[in-house]
Structures are given as C-alpha cells and as structure tokens.
Design a binder for this molecule. Structure first.
Ligand SMILES: *Cc1c(COP(=O)(O)O)cnc(C)c1O
Length: 460
C-alpha cells in the first residue's frame, strides 16, 4: 500500500498533537535530579518556585506522566505557524545520487526563525496564567530572545532579554526584531546586575557567554517582584514542549507508513533534538521498535563527544541549580564560532542520560564542513539554513553518501531547526574563504573540567 509520497507532508489541523510526550516516563534510568548548589540535595518544588512559575516546576520535576495536555491557548497559538512541514528532500537525494530517502522537519516557518517559539509560547503562557508581570531570559544568537519576545507580545507580558555581547554587536537586526516585539534588550555582561559587574571586573572587554547571560537574567528576575526567569533549552520542561516537533513528524510519517532508520539533529542545549526524537525514543525504550539516533555538535563545543558526565552549574555565575549532564564545565568559553545556538557548555540531562545509556550516538563536526553542507543544501532544497541546523544537514548528507556506497536504502529523518538570514556575516566569511575551525585542545578542556563542583556522593 505504498502511496506516492509528496514533497511536503502537512498534517491537517485536526490531526495536530494535543499533548506533549514526556519521554522520562519511559526511561528506566531517569535523568538525575537538579541539586541545590549549597546543600547538594535535590531541588524541591518549593525551592524552584521562586525561579520558575509553578506549572513549569511541576513539568520539570515530573518523571512519570507520559502525556501532558497542551492548553487550548497554546494550541491556538501553534496553529499560527504549525503544523511544520515534513519535507521529502527529493532534490537533495537526486543531487547526492543516493538510494537513501531523506526527510526533514522544518521549524523555520516563523519570524523567530527557529523551533524556539514552541517552548517560548508555553513558558510565557504559564507565567501569564500565574498572574506574573514579566519574564527575563538570556539569548545567544538571538533566536530564543526573539521567540520569547513574540510570545510575550502576544500575551502582553513584559520581556527582558540579556543578549550575549558579541551577538548584540554582530547581529543588530536580531536586536531590533526583539525590540519591535516589545522586549528590552541588554548586552551581557552588563553593569545592571551584581554578577555582570563582577564578571566585567574580572574579565574586562569580554564578549560574554551564554552561561554569564543566564546568571544575569536569573538575578534580574529574582530582584523584581512578579518576574520569573525562563530558559530556552536544556531543561526538562523545554524538551517536553519541543516534543511537538517529533509528535508531528511521527504522525505525518505514520500517515504514509514511513519508518525512519536514522534520526539526526543538532544539539546545543538538546531541546530540539530531544523534542524530535522523543516519540521515537519512547518506542525504543518500550522495546517496540529500534532506531539510530545521532546528536550532532560543533567540534568547537563538544559537550557530548568530549565532555564529562557530571553534576555542573548551568551558568557561569553558579547561582542556578546543579544539573547532571555531559558538560565542558561552566567556566568553559567556546571559541567565537558562528553557531551561537550551539555554544553551551552543557547538555540536556535527559539526552545526557540517554547518551550515557548507549541509546543515542553523538558526532562532532567542524564549522567549515558544516557551511559547505549548508550551501549544498541551500542550492538544491532552496531553504537557507541556520548554521546550527546545518550541523544536522552535514551528518544527514554523510549518512546518505554512505548509503550510496553500500547501496542501503535507509530512511533518514533530520531536524532543520531554522533559517540563517541573520547569519550572513558567517556565510560571508565562508564565501570569502576566511572561515577557520577552532577545536579546543585537551588542555583547554582540562581548565573547564577543573571548575566542576565536587558533589558529595555523586562520585565526581
Ligand atoms: C537554539 C537553536 C538550536 C539549538 O537548539 P537546542 O534545542 O538548544 O539544542 C539549533 N538551531 C537553531 C536554529 C537554534 O536557534
């Protein structure tokens, strides 16, 4: 019963998922709990409430409920830009002359240009519902800040964004998009917070980092009545919201009896990849079906492939709870690569645990090869991909080329997380032949590991 497969598969509105899927419910080894950075005890609901809004704390701590209803208002918002298309990359397949079948789930169809809006609207909704005035956050490349600004504008919530200084300067248009949606944008480190002033004093002239912007945003939220901090990746709650990606992709594939063999995604903090693979991983965890999952990260920030699986701070200022994850150390500042969204020192605890248990693979790739893949993709499939997303493209192409050699007709699914219109400075460097690859040495990494906290009883 093989029906011809269209170039794009769109779910009908009535078939869109109405619940998120919590993969933790099916994990035998649950991700380790967040720890209080002072007592080293698991963070409780009461301890997390001052930082995150109540409903999100519940989601963060919930390891057992497999399906969680998506509130109607969020479903309605999703309808503005979802379902995202599942695209059969016929043109790329032809160009590569591969027997592999390639599909990608495209999340770039909204103004933020990435998947981040899926969680931004959920987090803003729960904050609004709790009667809060506003939220604070950090942004690296700017996609998360934009997504949150859009969600907050829609719900009439105040939005304050600490933007990593080098992006603030390199991407003035991103900043203007955020301001257009009503957000207040501050370059980080700034002199508006205690931690920002401390970092500036210790590292004058620093171009900032995500970990440092997180510390500032957390401090800003804690000092204003009616504000909470929100985070665009890494946390369990964010991964949960992003499962809309995988649920839609799976529903679309099921309609045509397509079963992927390999599922590939780029991994920054891990939420998009976690969201894409969750429903498939659930089947694997329950022993129903096997898949190969591949996380792709930059060689300049190789948390999974070269990091340690240990408790670490989520931020440079060490004010956030400790998470057990693959990490390069919260003091690790990656080279100024052009994939801002992948420059985080840690990785989602859920993905970290799955990787640790051998349920997922990881590869690291160099940025010049990533941009070469991005251009190849843009020229045949039309979409100008974000540098982050292009990490997944690179490995998808590698896999398809391998199939050409072996003759295997594998079905490959990858996540195309967004578009790269704000990354033209990076494309320019690549086109001019001026892009370089910076790979940290073992000594560079050792410095980051030296800053890992010693957690009693965690064997670290
Ligand atoms: C933020 C971002 C990523 C990284 O996403 P994670 O969920 O943190 O891994 C990838 N691609 C794009 C386009 C992004 O904006």
């Amino acid at each position: 019963m093989s029906r011809e497969i269209p170039y794009k598969i769109y779910l009908e509105e009535k078939d869109m998922p109405k619940q998120w899927y919590n993969v933790r419910a099916d994990m035998k080894n649950k991700p380790a709990p967040l720890l209080n950075p002072v007592t080293f005890q698991p963070m409780t609901f009461e301890e997390l409430r001052p930082v995150f809004c109540d409903e999100l704390v519940k989601q963060e701590l919930d390891d057992t409920t497999p399906y969680i209803d998506i509130p109607q208002e969020i479903l309605d918002f999703y309808k503005m830009y979802r379902p995202a298309p599942l695209v059969r990359a016929y043109c790329l397949e032809k160009k590569l002359d591969t027997p592999a079948k390639i599909y990608y789930k495209f999340e770039g169809n909204n103004t933020s240009g990435s998947h981040k809006l899926n969680s931004a609207i959920a987090q803003a909704y729960y904050a609004k519902n709790q009667g809060l005035k506003g939220v604070t956050t950090e942004t690296g490349a700017g996609q998360w800040g934009t997504a949150l600004a859009m969600a907050c504008a829609y719900l009439e919530l105040d939005c304050q964004v600490y933007m990593v200084k080098c992006s603030y300067e390199q991407k003035p248009f991103r900043r203007e998009v955020m301001r257009t949606y009503g957000a207040k944008v501050t370059p980080s480190p700034s002199d508006t917070t205690e931690i920002g002033r401390k970092i500036l004093a210790e590292h004058p002239g620093t171009s900032g980092s995500l970990g440092c912007a997180i510390s500032e945003a957390v401090e800003a939220a804690s000092k204003q009545e009616g504000y909470r901090y929100v985070l665009g990746s890494v946390l369990n709650q964010v991964l949960l919201h992003q499962t809309i990606i995988g649920l839609e992709a799976k529903a679309a594939m099921d309609q045509y009896d397509i079963v992927p063999d390999v599922i590939i995604g780029c991994a920054g903090g891990g939420s998009n990849l976690g969201g894409l693979i969750s429903p498939f991983m659930g089947e694997k965890l329950r022993g129903e079906r096997d898949y190969c999952f591949i996380a792709v990260e930059p060689a300049s920030c190789p948390s999974l492939t070269r990091g340690r699986f240990a408790y670490d701070y989520c931020d440079t200022g060490m004010v956030c709870p400790l998470a057990k994850m693959y990490t390069l150390g919260s003091g690790f500042i990656p080279s100024a690569s052009h994939s801002g969204g992948l420059r985080y020192h840690g990785m989602s605890p859920v993905l970290s645990q799955l990787y640790h248990d051998g349920l997922m693979e990881a590869r690291s790739v160099e940025q010049t090869s990533v941009f070469a893949a991005a251009e190849q993709f843009a020229r045949v499939e039309g979409i100008l991909p974000a540098p982050e997303s292009s990490h997944a493209i690179k490995v998808a192409i590698d896999e398809a080329l391998r199939c050409r050699e072996t003759g295997e007709e594998k079905t490959i699914l990858f996540g195309l997380t967004g578009t790269g219109y704000f990354d033209m400075y990076a494309y320019e460097k690549f086109n001019d032949g001026k892009m370089t690859d910076t790979i940290p040495t073992d000594e560079d990494l050792a410095k980051g590991f030296a800053g890992l906290p010693h957690v009693p009883g965690a064997g670290a």
